[in-house]
Every structure is written in structure tokens, then in C-alpha cells.
Ligand binder design. Sequence first.
Ligand SMILES: [Zn+2]
Length: 425
Amino acid sequence: MDNNTRKLLNLTDDSLIFNENWLSREARDNRSVNMITGRLVNNDRQCKQCGFYQSVKNGTYQTISQLPEVERRPTYLKLQRERYLCRNCGSTFSASTSLVDDYCQISKQLKYQIAFDLKENRSRKEIAQFHSVSENTVQRVLFSFTNNHQPNFNFLPTALCLDEFSSTSDCHTGMSFICADVTSKKIIDILPDRRLHKLVSYFMKYSRKARLQVRFLVMDMNASYGQLLKTVFPNAKIVTDRFHIIQHINRSFNALRIKEMNQLKRHNQEEGKQYRRLKRYWKILLKDNSELNYKHFYYRPLFKRNMSSTELVDELLSYSSLLKKAYHFIQELKYAYKTNDYVLFLELCSKISVELPKYFRDKFKIFGKFSQGVINAFKYSYSNGFLEGINNKIKVIKRVAYGYRNFLLFKRRIFLIQNQVFQVK
Ligand SMILES: [Zn+2]
């Protein structure tokens, strides 16, 4: 085998020796495969037990390891490995190569390729078929690449964000817990159970110094991790996630819009039109009204004429006085949000007009209830928006893998996807 071929096949290890007829085609599991045959010899022959150099040959044995496919054909490396006997201590050892881990049936290169595919949203079965390996092998690769994740119990970041996601079926509570470093956007850990007493006992494993390091806990308003403050993170302040504040405002407004919309009689010609328009142009109502365009006129099919964005909004709001009131209310809130005016924001929430329906008003009580978190959200620009991104990826993996049943495997895959597996501590 010449050097270029070696490079091409990633078989550059000097301990490998190939003669002229190194390639043959063989049948294996009803498929035609490439079989590369060679010898493995150790040049230095140093004893692994005692370090003595003068060992003698002591027979050979054969191993077959799987390499990455070549031209969509499974490829194997058949090696005649030399065995040595140490003259000094009497132990035997055999020639090894960096290409294949000892006692492993697949080459490192193939492992890397499988690990790479595991980072994508592909199911284990699909990956196994693609590389002509078993699903168990894919699982073993997942294990071998991720087995080192142990949180460092002596370190926690200044800003820690906490969230939860619906989990695998072997978790009792159905909801799992994820925490990450807001600044570096790295996952710190994923726990199967989000219940408070589990979290307390988990975080108590961290050193006191590490826990005192945490100054900000970023979380959304559904979370009840506030109680972690007293016992676990005495120096921390709660910061409500900014992303979640806006999301809550938008969702509340949308709920009101849909209720108003559903009161229109769809069979009536005029109200039917209004219904369809409110249904179609919901996004424009959520936009900041300072950002609406009043200069450019676009054709609006549901109106059969050209309209600017501001005109469109005015028209939509004219269909319902409640919608109009709610619209102006959320626009004021968004203005307060944008200008970081938490006094105005909380005042608007507490003085919400009684003309608005109760279910709508109630949704804004939550900001008063979490006022300290909201104030901090305005003061400090921490957000766990990136965690939302991770959570979306988690959902996708779960869907592709048809529901991971095993939490630990699931956790490992998440770490792999987030590129957090080669961390050396
Ligand atoms: Zn020895």
C-alpha cells in the first residue's frame, strides 16, 4: 500500500505493514465487503508491565475491526497481530495501534463518524444502518464519548439559569431539570427530577464557596425554584427571564384576540370577513407599534386593496373595542419593557383597566407576584433564551428517537449535541 492510499484510508500508523495484495472482497452477513489485510508489529517492543526492552516474539493472533465505509461498502481491517513475551518478568503483551482501541471491534475513525452523526437529529437506528453497525454499537459510542461528564462540585457560575422540560418515560415526575451557565451558555447539569427537595440535595453537593458564587438565578415565572435561595444560594437574586416576560404578554393578548374572534358570527358575511382578517394578521398586532410602517402600501388580499401596516392595525382594532383596549395596554407595557422602566411596567400591571375581562387582567397579576424578579430582569440583561433553544433541540431528539426511554442515554445525547463532551477537568 503506498503512502497516498494510506492517507486516504487513514491507515498511516507505522506499525501497520501491508503487502501488495492488501485488498480483497469477501462476503459477510450477506453483503460484499472490503477486506484490508495487514500485519501489526511493535517496533520498540517495550514491556508494558516492567518497561524492559528485550522481549521476544511469541506467536500471532488475528483481529478484525470495522473501518468507515468506502464507497458505501462496509470495510474491515484484518490484522495479524504479533504477541511478545517479556524475558524479564515473563508477561505477554501484543502489538497495538492508535487506530483501534484494544478489545474494540470498530476503528476510532468510525467511532468519530458515528459520534458526529449522533450530533445530528437522526435516530440511532438510522445511524446504525448507515454505518452497517448494530444499534448497540451506536449506543456504546454514545457512552464512550460522553462518559466523562461529572459536574465540577467546586464551581458554579455567577449567573445560573434554571429551566425544566418534559422528559423521558422512565422519570417519575415527567418533568426534568436543566441548569446552565448564562454567560458561557454551557449546560451544567441535567437532572431527571425537578422536585424541590431533589434539587436541594443535588445543589448541596456543591461546595459552599461555589454556591456563594451564584449571584443571579434566571428562571421563568412558572418555576418555583425561589425556595432554593434561602438554603442553597444565599447570595443570589431571582431574575425573571426577559424572553419569557414578552412571551407571556404576547400569549395573553393572543388569548384575548382569539376569544374576541370566536364571538364573531362566521356565517354572517361582514363578521366572517372580520374573523378571517383577525385570524390572518395576528402577527402584526404583536409588533411594536412604533415599528409599524405607515409609508409603504402593500396589497392585502383579505381587504382586496393596498394598505399600510398602521392602517391595517387600525382596521383590525376597529372590530372590537376590547381588543383595542387590550392592544393599547400591551403596547404601553412593551414600551416600558423596551425603555427598561420597571416602575412604569409594574404600575401599568397593577392599574390595569377593569373594563378588560377578568381572565385577561389575571394574567398580568403574575408580574406583581414576581415583581422582584421582574425588576431584576429590567436591571440586568440576563436571559435564558439560549436554553429555550436547547429545549427545542431536546424536543426534536425526542421526536426523532421516538421518545427516549432511558434518561441517562438521553442526557448523554444532549451533552453530545451541545458539543460538551470533550471537556477535560
Ligand atoms: Zn516485563
